[in-house]
Design a protein around this ligand. Structure first.
Ligand code: ATP
Length: 265
């Protein structure tokens, strides 16, 4: 169901990774072929004491259409908050953002999203608000489940599915609604290795077989970067860098090594 610049950090100063020209072209001042764009996005909450607490600070990033990008960063760095803003679930305090629509948000815990009795009912649920015939709904549900490798589970009760299968059903819900952007919040956190790879491959093959669907995937798992075309790394509410996965991976590994050295020195 479907419900960079580098900013200064204490230890590292790296240059902005520009978006390759093949990914984005400028015309009349607007960036074309981008699925997601944020400029100077900030988000604050008001504490019980009445003080403003910044959660996101001056975040800028651009993600081209048709690609899988990863969003990484330590706990509490603001990844989920940024994703919720992009999904329209939170309103930024300042800045500008644009996301191609329709967009779909898939939660970390599939039990919060996959709630109808059977797989086909769950994928069809969001379609009830469109004026579609029964045949159109059936066709969309079948195509969406096929895209995530779950077609044979059409009639299955959802409580018999594994966590990874439920995640794929949740993604199918967004695909059935013809979402152009999939916002995927730590889908593999609770999954074993087999389910993890199954979900990520389902997203990859969906993007490969469709026209211009883009996915932004929040993760803590560095090894998942091998599936991505691009990545964004956040710390303390800021986008520290964004660009190609090997460079981001090298940066994070250097950061982790420095942290471990600091602990043991
Ligand atoms: N409504 C809120 N009120 C107060 N603090 C909040 C609120 N929402 C988020 N925060 C804080 O903002 C910070 C960023 O939270 P967020 O969930 O976006 O981080 P994250 O990078 O997704 O973390 P994790 O990897 O642990 O899921 C955290 O310190 C969190 O406690």
């Amino acid at each position: 169901m479907n419900l960079s610049s580098i900013t200064s950090t204490s230890a590292f100063q790296l240059p902005l990774l520009p978006i390759p020209q093949s990914h984005a072209s400028r015309s009349c001042g607007l960036v074309e072929n981008l699925a997601i764009e944020c400029q100077s996005l900030s988000y604050s909450v008001t504490t019980k004491q009445g003080k403003s607490k910044p959660i996101l600070k001056d975040c800028s990033l651009s993600i081209p259409s048709g690609q899988l990008w990863m969003l990484l960063g330590p706990n509490g760095s603001g990844k989920s908050t940024l994703l919720k803003i992009l999904a329209g679930l939170l309103t930024p305090s300042e800045g500008f953002f644009r996301v191609k629509k329709p967009r779909g948000f898939v939660f970390q815990n599939p039990d919060h999203q996959v709630v109808m009795p059977t797989v086909k009912d769950d994928v069809a649920f969001g379609l009830s608000r469109f004026n579609l015939t029964y045949d159109e709904i059936t066709s969309r549900v079948e195509k969406a489940l096929d895209a995530v490798g779950m077609y044979e589970y059409l009639q299955r009760p959802v409580q018999t599915l594994s966590g990874g299968q439920k995640q794929r059903v949740a993604i199918a819900g967004a695909l059935a609604e013809k979402c152009k952007v999939l916002l995927l919040d730590e889908l593999t956190t609770f999954l074993d290795d087999t389910d993890q790879v199954g979900v990520i491959k389902a997203v990859k093959s969906t993007l490969a077989s469709s026209e211009g669907i883009t996915a932004l995937w929040v993760t803590h798992r560095l090894e998942e970067l091998e599936y991505a075309e691009g990545a964004v790394y956040m710390e303390e509410g800021q986008v520290v860098m964004h660009g190609d996965p090997p460079t981001i991976r090298g940066f994070i590994e250097a950061r982790q090594a420095a942290y471990i050295k600091q602990i043991y020195s």
